[in-house]
Write a protein that binds this ligand. Structure first.
Ligand code: COA
Length: 172
């Protein structure tokens, strides 16, 4: 992997929004203005800790990452940084740009005394899983749980409970 010349990692700035939205469209294959613009606006509002970064190549954004620091949420005692999104221009991959951004993020977090950087990856995305593995990520000591709020078994449980409650009320 040859490092690219003329690359710089810096904080995400308001002037990057259009370029990042366009970059994301090239990465995922469709524009996601509605999803990404509010996320970028939120990242830019975080005046305390500007965790989100851009990597420039020849003066233009070539990759970005969006990250946030959480204090005491989800039962955590210590602050945790969460890496939400990372993407590098498809034409500029395998030159270490993602590593450069992560290195900067890791340095920034270490300077703030933040010892946990967390992310979520789809089990069905082996490329991204391999990338994070190469970057030293391991499965967290937490379980990510999900449920279908309209699952028939959940409705059946609720109906059974209501029926029991109704029976008890009638017996009183
Ligand atoms: C994953 C991604 C960020 C990697 O960017 P990159 O700049 O090419 O990565 P780097 O060159 O810094 O590589 C870092 C390490 O990960 C490994 N790696 C990177 N991409 C990999 C892949 N697709 N498969 C396996 N390993 C990979 C590299 O070999 C390197 O490891 P090494 O240093 O031990 O050799 C980039 O491929 C990408 O943007 N993918 C799409 C991500 C996405 O869908 N994001 C959501 C929307 S933005």
């Amino acid at each position: 992997m040859d490092p690219l010349p003329n690359t710089t990692v810096r904080s995400l700035e308001a002037k990057d929004v259009d370029a990042v939205v366009a970059l994301d469209a090239r990465i995922v294959g469709r524009r996601r203005d509605g999803y990404l613009r509010p996320k970028l606006a939120e990242a830019l509002k975080d005046v305390g800790i500007r965790a989100s970064l851009v990597v420039e190549h020849d003066g233009r954004p070539a990759g970005f990452l969006l990250a946030k620091v959480w204090y005491g949420e989800f039962g955590e005692l210590d602050p945790v940084a969460v890496l939400d999104t990372i993407g590098v221009d498809p034409l500029l991959r395998a030159h270490g740009l993602a590593t450069e951004m992560l290195d900067q993020l890791r340095m920034n977090l270490a300077a703030l005394g933040i010892r946990t950087l967390r992310t979520e990856v789809s089990w069905r995305n082996p490329e991204l899983l391999t990338f994070f593995h190469r970057e030293g990520f391991v499965p967290a000591q937490r379980l990510c749980l999900e449920a279908d709020p309209a699952a028939p078994e959940v409705r059946a449980r609720r109906e059974a409970r209501l029926e029991r409650q109704g029976g008890e009320a009638a017996a009183r």
